[in-house]
Design a protein around this ligand. Sequence first.
Ligand code: NDP
Length: 254
Amino acid sequence: MTTRLTGTVALVTGASSGIGEATARALAAEGAAVALLARRGDRLEALAGELRAGGATALVQAVDITDPQQAAAAVERVAGELGRLDIVVNNAGLMLTGPVADAPADEWQRMLAVNVEGLLHVTRAALPHLVRAAAMAPRHVADLVTISSTAGRVARPGTAVYNLTKFGVNAFSEALRQEVLAQRVRVGVVEPGTVDTELASHVRAGIREAIARQTGEIEALRPADIADAVSYMVTRDRRVAVNEMLVRAGAQTW
Ligand code: NDP
């Protein structure tokens, strides 16, 4: 087994299911100590137990990242207890789609709160730790990876506010990339296509069926396919910065 991240600490938001859970597994398999963040502590504990049984170090932090105090305290606890912070994967997200005209305002608010504000709270708290880790062995580089979406590149009817959040995090990441590259913090986005996770289960009935009709014909990606992309990004030598990876399902047109 390769362990290219031995001696490092990785924090993954939204590690209680889907892409975040698979990413935590992949980074632990590369030797990173992993901090698992999400609201569902029981799911995080189950994953941590599995990772520890495999010899990994795993820290569970139940947290709602939309609360700036909670988010900052969670990041500080991880850096304090695990001693450093080399990799942050901003993965937690919500997709509550449907036409703008019919949308309940609270769905927009929840998406903005998690996909944008939560990401900002975690990033603000994590950056000083990433800068510090980037100056240290074993890697002399640190990574901030955001799970964006094909919806961060292509806007389509029915996903306007989700598009707004994902285009937004792409723009934020690109600006931040240029700000911190001199400190050897690599900033990147992974843009998945359709992945088989719980994401669409939160969508209103009716819209959910429309999504199923649209995606039913194609074989969806698996969470591990996206975890692979994250793992590839963060295991490059420090002279290499893979800043963007678009990973579609093979039969996906959009
Ligand atoms: P899941 O619904 O399986 O995972 C979402 C994760 O976000 C959960 O672990 C959830 O944990 C966490 N989360 C949600 N709200 C909060 C909160 N307030 N505080 C902390 N954690 C929170 O979906 P995916 O794995 O698919 O989604 C992960 C990312 O991938 C998202 O950013 C999504 O936009 C993106 N993506 C997904 C695609 C897909 O087709 N599945 C395609 C493109 C991008 P908990 O509920 O325990 O808090």
